[in-house]
Design a protein around this ligand. Structure first.
Ligand code: MG
Length: 326
């Protein structure tokens, strides 16, 4: 087994609201409709810093805070307007993507244990998915919950490719798929295949389309795009087509708003794409971006997990699954 003992990381630091921060550029519209998607006068703010690699942000409606993963430091961080930044949990099995399941539970991808777990509001934990056809998963990366309660997740090799974000190990499955966990039986079933490294995922507002980013090129593959697939019977995602090639870098994670627009990370920005893949505008971010989520008391803040820091910008729109905010 690999040695994962690491020096204890420093606590995250809250960035005061009035702190000057160089490197934040004005957003840029490619389409006249873009400006109306942001709050009037919206400007990107840095809320907290001190992470090694930030991923998996999720808004916790009952606690008025954002949780996010600092994967190489093996911890979950927290930020709230009232309490600032703090460590939520450490060690945390090299956490990555999170999703609220709309019933007060939190789903978490664990690279370290190569599984998806559910954390109930009372703190009770159970394993949602750890194997497929008797084989261990690679390292679940990002997860989303459909309105029927099914968890859909991606399973690229980032958590087993080295000890940096988990524990180096061979892949038992030998491929990187998207899986669906049945909300009644708990069965882990193949939902979509044909990816180099499936990473972020989200549904269209009516859940007829599943979007999946493929970030294989950072692993020696060639893909750095978002694929759209048709959801069949609520169980399979088929007929993949490339919706948008992401430049610079890749779409590690993204969210879909109530009108079906995709708010995606690139290596340098949050890009907003129309449902047909056309770019509507870009919010430059001064660090490499991994993921984002809508949150805040009214659901109209976009939180951005980017390398060492957590950022936020006010929006005029909410997540497609905005039920927690109604
Ligand atoms: Mg990811």
């Amino acid at each position: 087994m690999s040695d994962t003992t690491r020096p204890t990381a420093s606590p995250p630091r809250t960035v005061p609201a009035d702190a000057a921060f160089d490197g934040i550029l004005p957003h840029r519209a490619d389409d006249p409709a873009f400006d109306a998607l942001l709050a009037p006068g919206a400007r990107l703010r840095r809320l907290a810093t001190g992470a090694a690699w930030s991923e998996g942000p999720v808004w916790m409606p009952g606690r008025d805070c954002v949780l996010w993963s600092d994967i190489p430091n093996d911890r979950v961080l927290r930020w709230s307007a009232r309490g600032g930044a703090a460590v939520e949990e450490a060690p945390a099995a090299f956490p990555n993507g999170h999703a609220s399941d709309r019933r007060g539970g939190l789903l978490r991808c664990e690279h370290g244990n190569r599984r998806v777990i559910r954390i109930a509001a009372d703190g009770t934990r159970r394993v949602v998915a750890s194997h497929w056809r008797g084989l261990r998963l690679n390292s679940p990366n990002d997860v989303v919950v459909a309105s029927d309660g099914a968890a859909w997740f991606t399973d690229p090799p980032y958590g087993i490719a080295s000890d940096h974000e988990g524990h180096a190990a061979p892949s038992e499955i030998g491929a990187c798929h998207v899986y669906r966990v049945d909300p009644v039986t708990g069965e882990v079933a193949l939902a979509a295949d044909g990816f180099e490294a499936p990473n972020g995922l989200a549904f269209s507002p009516d859940e007829s389309v599943l979007y999946v980013s493929d970030t294989g090129y950072g692993l020696g593959g060639k893909n750095h795009h978002i694929v759209a697939l048709d959801v069949e019977d609520g169980r399979r995602a088929v007929r993949p087509r490339v919706l948008a090639v992401i430049e610079p870098g890749r779409a590690d994670g993204f969210r879909v708003d109530e009108a079906g627009r995709i708010w995606t990370s690139t290596d340098a920005s949050i890009d907003v794409l129309a449902p047909d893949g056309r770019r509507l505008g870009r919010v430059p971010v001064p660090e490499r971006v991994a993921n984002c989520c809508f949150g805040g008391p009214d659901g109209r803040t976009l939180f951005v997990a980017a390398s060492t820091s957590l950022y936020a910008i006010g929006t005029a729109v909410r997540d497609a699954a905005a039920a927690p905010f109604v």
